[in-house]
Design a binder for this molecule. Sequence first.
Ligand SMILES: [Zn+2]
Length: 511
Amino acid sequence: MKYLLLPFVLLINAPSFGQSLTLNDVFDEPPRLNESIPAPKDITDVQVGERHWYHYEIVNYLDAVAEASPRMVALGEHARTYGGRPLVSYAISTPENLARLDEIKAARSAIIDPAAKVDLSAQPAVLHMMYSIHGNEPSGANSTPLVAYYLNAAQDAELLEQLADVVIIFNPMLNPDGLDRFAYWSNAHRGMNPSFDPNDREHAQSVPNGRTNYYWFDLNRDWLPHQHPESRGRLSLFHEWKPNVQLDFHEQGSNSNFFFMPGKPERTNPLTPDINQVLTAKIGEYHAQAFDAEGIRFFTEEGYDDFFMGKGSTYPDLFGTVGILFEQPSSRGAGQDTVNGKLTFPFSISNQFRASLSSIKATAALKDELLNYQRNFYTQQKPKRGHYLASADGDPTRLAEFVRILSGHQIEVEVLASDVKAEGKTFKAGEAIAIPLDQPQATYLETLWREQLEFEENVFYDVSTWTLPWAFNLSIVPSLSEITKIMELIFFAYNKPKLISCCGRIPFRVP
Ligand SMILES: [Zn+2]
């Protein structure tokens, strides 16, 4: 009898859905809805999950909801892709919070400023929800119409209580060019009755696939260098709102189970505070509850690094934010046969929908802890003295690009006002920079300079080193080997550099 149960257990892991998804499919008891808010199909004539939505359809729908709903405002375009597609975001919360959005935004800067006073109890938490930075992992972006519909139309007292404590910055797709490239492939190659055979042409997009942007760059490795317009806009949005929690929705191999962070503990960035991981695990309890309730399998801590802070779920960890990675097994098309049974696109979308809601619930419940953690991250930093000095030996363009990267991370940079000699090198006035160690973003600055040669594990999913001055071949002091020896950096005691504050804009002559 025991053995006979097995097939039924596997079926529970991948519940079958129809060829599309509505709120009736994801709730046992669908919420009462405000009929003045348009449903997804009202605007696009396509159900969520019926086929892959294109960038313009998702944006058109979300704009329509923002127009109709007092709970959502369009924040406008924060970047435009090489392919000419706008990247847009929205704020979703109670009408009362939206009415004081400017005040809430101003308080975000006060929270990270040790000199500023701020009443945390009067502030909501900010939750940045970001979907599908990899365009061929489309269930995240395709879930956003349904997530937005629910958040705006549902007449649900519990949801309204959560929104009173949370301002959502809703970022529906981070890679529109890649998303559309994949959508065109999948929609064009599926049959009238889609094939579940993994070998079907629908599931094997040719090069370049939709993972990357217009010029085939992986935007989820671009948080550090921010070379691409999507990344620059995304970074500005992050620092504008200084979220407490940042969600990063992805897809993985079709035969896996749903993943959410914490990742593999041994592969956590060494500068990530322990309490960050405690909060990540607490938030994970809410996801676990949501997935357990439906009998949907998931895993945590058995895979995925949280180490390279050029990725969307690790980057925020070094800014007092909690970053969360989600990985849904991919149907890579309308549906595929997997070791767990039939995996459909609507089912994939429903998991991203559930994780979106459990994240809002968790952020509301943990609001005070999250706000206090962010405040303490900046007010309780260990004081440091001294500067890093750097020059590019007569190549101002290279140094200017280095400074641009630092400035994008809100790292303050100054220019030498007089020549400085140190460690046998001469740093010339007006040509060399000095970076104060004691500044709000000291943690991120430290990781850019860090040299790490040994790891607890010899298996790594992703980037394990990125020492930025090396990448730019800069002359620097103290040298990296010295930095690793000295924990408390005190230098230039007798030869203190004279500095001109340059607010991140250095007056180099760029040829
Ligand atoms: Zn991904």
